[in-house]
Design a protein around this ligand. Structure first.
Ligand SMILES: [Zn+2]
Length: 341
């Protein structure tokens, strides 16, 4: 398991008996939240006697069936269901883009979750339910989850993963133990890519632009990410020059969670560009840059006073926090544009 230092430290010290009933793994996409949840589940299912909570032999009957995807006491949702907030439900409903078949699938997934939360372990000591990147509010499923968290059965563990913990209902979030998953280190991303068979120089290039996310590194290798980086730089050029920037990159996605992810990526690029922009002004032309390939364009941007530049950097950090809540992504970007102007 690469990365996940906090989770390894936390669960590494626990015994199965002292596990809580519910955890929230938070952090950006591609830092190992779901992978860790699966390994934690396998650790609980493995029949091999062991003293620590984490670890499995990978070969007992339980491990074999888990790895084959047929272990009966494990449920993992693809996301896209349940338990957002009322605001998010309204957002998703208003655009009317969701087709009847999507709504029907959401209803089915929501009902499946309600059912899952009532089950008890069948073949071993534990049942584990992993809910990834929860997006859409269904009252029925939210109530089922709340009921579950209010009176948790002793032998069922639920793990939620999210990129935006601020979008969860407080009543749900307050009943979970939150474990943050920090961005991966550059060499960790590189190591995962090399393990996947990417050659060293491409792995190094992708890792250096991936900002700690293996998902983003793979998108860079697929050529999907360069467009967004360019869009983010244009956005920042416009904002800092007092023009109204184009935020149409948000239209690449229709789902609220995907729009939020795009806005989060753009904000992270903007943070890097603004940091380089400030470094070039105040440390000089030889300042070490994070986006060295864009030096010429960044140098051409209008200059501001030291105090104003510091304020802009602080506002970007503030906006990144805001982007992890329920505020609509286009409003988040607008907020930052006004602050920069
Ligand atoms: Zn095993």
């Amino acid at each position: 398991m690469v990365g996940a230092s906090r989770a390894l430290a936390y669960f590494g010290m626990l015994e199965p008996a002292s596990l809580s009933h519910g955890y929230l793994f938070s952090g950006q996409a591609g830092v190992g939240k779901k992978t860790f949840a699966r390994r934690l589940a396998q650790s609980l299912f493995c029949r091999q006697p062991k003293t620590a909570l984490l670890g499995y032999d990978g070969s007992c009957a339980a491990c074999t069936s888990f790895l084959a995807g047929s272990y009966p006491d494990y449920y993992e949702s693809e996301g896209r269901i349940v338990i957002g907030s009322a605001q998010e439900a309204a957002d998703t409903g208003r655009d009317g883009e969701r087709s009847e078949s999507v709504r029907e699938r959401e209803r089915m997934e929501s009902r499946a979750l309600v059912r899952e939360l009532q089950l008890r372990p069948y073949s071993g000591q534990w049942r584990v339910v992993v809910l990834g990147d929860i997006e859409f509010a269904s009252t029925e499923a939210a109530h089922a989850l709340l009921r579950f968290l209010e009176e948790p059965p002793p032998d069922v563990l639920i793990v939620l993963t999210t990129e935006a913990p601020g979008t969860l209902l407080d009543t749900i979030r307050s009943r979970l133990i939150e474990i943050p998953f920090p961005p991966l280190a550059r060499d960790e991303v590189e190591r995962i890519l090399e393990r996947d068979g990417i050659d060293r120089s491409r792995a190094r290039f992708a890792a250096s632009a991936a900002m700690g996310s293996i998902t983003r590194a793979r998108a860079i290798l697929d050529g999907q990410e360069t467009g967004l980086r360019e869009a983010a730089l244009t956005w920042f050029e416009d904002a800092i020059s007092g023009r109204t920037p184009d935020s149409s990159f948000l239209d690449r996605a229709s789902k609220a969670a995907d729009k939020r992810r795009i806005a989060g990526d753009v904000l992270e690029f903007v943070r890097v560009f603004a940091r380089d922009w400030a470094a070039l002004q105040f440390l000089g032309r030889d300042a070490p840059l994070l986006a060295a390939d864009l030096k010429v364009r960044i140098q051409r941007l209008p200059k501001r006073s030291r105090a104003e530049a510091a304020e802009i950097l602080a506002q970007i950090a503030e906006t990144q926090r805001l982007a992890n809540t329920n505020v609509t992504p286009s409003l988040v970007l607008d907020f930052l544009r006004m602050r920069i102007t």
